[in-house]
Write a protein that binds this ligand. Structure first.
Ligand code: PFF
Length: 453
């Protein structure tokens, strides 16, 4: 075997694996994957969906969907990535032959699409955090949202956010991505827990909790709620587009994948759940419940700032921290999205990391401009990506690892001696995930065509 001289973090893209970049520690990998999972989806959509349909019943459905469908798919992505030590296109070809490459390209397309509008929303959160710090939240919240969310301001903050994302990814797996996540994720947990504790002391807390969690099991008897729970689980866990696969491609063979998956999914759920515990008491303490109704975006960017305004100086601090947490979550997710497309460019075309990050970052920025000019475009991109691309991607992954891959159990079991339920894992991929995902896809398409959801 030739002696391989590694070039450090900056260069990569070797297809033999020896020179591939690598996480510095197990914790670094887990934090980066949690960083990918925890994002706007957790704080922006989970609690809102729960409050809207089923309360605690929705939470139970969500946990069930995660355990039976999403977690097996996360483990499938980890198995493919760690085994092939390649980004999605080549990893799929490695285990399934060249016929599976187009699926990898679909993942890459999803990465472009999601990051393009995700970064626009992230730009709003940056703007709100800065605003809170400098001026507070006084004034007409709807007018402010209109000014921030579209037009030149939105484009400028979208560009700034993309620039930061690019700079982290250009820094490489260890000194860019891992280091950033190791600093930012603990910060996010501390802020969020602090906010939830603060919110629990407010007068409206009990009403807020009730609004969020009062169980209504009858509301679950609907395929559209089922499909929303599933769509949310895939989006929240960054599944169905090879982001987790890419992160796993920087892992050692001996990593215990089942434990990592459980830890990541658990942390992601906790953040989403706790965010709801912070948000609804704030809204109810100020009698703003009637303003929650129209949309998730409205709840987050109009109703909450109104609550912060009513809280005076404390509101300024709480509001700034809340939006700072959103910025952090959005950044660590955007990093994972960009890394997936950059890793593909490095592996497939042998482009250097830095130029891939900059070049692809610019393209994604341009793709996001229409979303920064028109909220409807942004909404459509979100729906298409979250409910269609990720669901198709997850379905294909379940079929691929469940039916096509030669010995998935042998592969996943490496590093996880003594785990007895891998047979169950493959059965879930084979028999449970595909039918559930087909139903979900059908309802997602319907929602997309009818223009709601
Ligand atoms: N999981 C992120 C969120 O909940 O906001 C979104 C996301 C990040 C989706 C990374 C896909 C991805 F690859």
């Amino acid at each position: 075997m030739p002696v391989v001289v590694t070039t450090g973090d900056e260069e990569g893209g070797e297809d033999m694996g020896e020179q591939r970049e690598h996480w510095g520690s197990r914790l670094g990998f887990v934090m980066a994957a949690v960083g990918s999972a925890v994002g706007l989806g957790n704080m922006w959509r989970f609690s809102y969906l729960a409050a809207e349909s089923g309360g605690a019943a929705f939470v139970v459905l969500y946990i069930g969907m995660t355990a039976l469908v999403a977690l097996p798919i996360m483990l499938a992505e980890f198995t493919l990535g760690r085994g092939a030590r390649q980004s999605p296109v080549l990893a799929l070809a490695h285990y399934g032959g060249p016929a599976w490459k187009p699926l990898g390209w679909l993942f890459v397309a999803a990465g472009f699409l999601i990051l393009a509008y995700y970064s626009v929303i992230a730009g709003w959160t940056v703007r709100y955090a800065l605003l809170g710090l400098r001026d507070g939240f006084a004034g007409d919240a709807s007018a402010r949202f209109a000014a921030i969310s579209t037009g030149l301001t939105a484009i400028v903050f979208h560009a700034a956010f993309m620039a930061v994302t690019v700079s982290v990814v250009a820094g490489g797996v260890r000194s860019g991505i891992e280091r950033t996540n190791l600093v930012l994720m603990p910060m996010l947990f501390v802020i969020l827990i602090g906010l939830a504790i603060y919110a629990s002391q407010l007068d409206g807390a009990a009403l807020g909790y009730a609004y969020y969690l009062r169980p209504r099991f009858d509301e679950l008897a609907s395929f559209s709620v089922l499909s929303q729970a599933a769509g949310q689980a895939f989006f929240s866990l960054s599944l169905g587009m090879g982001a987790m696969l890419t992160y796993a491609s920087y892992l050692d063979r001996h990593e215990h994948l089942p434990n990592a998956s459980l830890q990541i999914a658990g942390a992601d759920f906790l953040v989403a759940f706790i965010a709801g515990l912070a948000v609804f008491p704030l809204i109810f303490a100020h009698g703003l419940e009637t303003a929650v109704g129209e949309s998730t975006v409205g709840a987050l960017f109009i109703t909450l700032p109104t609550a912060f305004e009513k809280m005076g100086l404390a509101g300024r601090l709480v509001g700034t921290l809340f939006f700072a947490a959103l910025v952090v979550g959005a950044l660590t997710s955007a990093i994972a999205l960009l890394e997936q497309v950059v890793a593909t460019a490095m592996d497939v075309f042998k482009w250097p990391r830095r130029s891939s990050a900059i070049g692809l970052g610019v393209i994604i920025f341009l793709m996001g401009v229409p979303a920064a000019l028109d909220l409807d475009v942004l909404g459509k991109m979100d729906q298409l990506a979250g409910n269609v691309f990720l669901v198709i991607g997850s379905l294909a992954l379940a079929i691929f690892v469940g039916w096509r891959m030669q010995d998935p159990i042998g592969e996943v079991a490496i590093g996880a001696p003594g785990v007895r339920w891998f047979f169950l894992w493959r059965s879930l991929l084979r028999f449970v995930a595909p039918p559930v995902l087909i139903v979900v896809l059908y309802y997602s398409f319907r929602a997309l065509v009818s223009g709601d959801g």
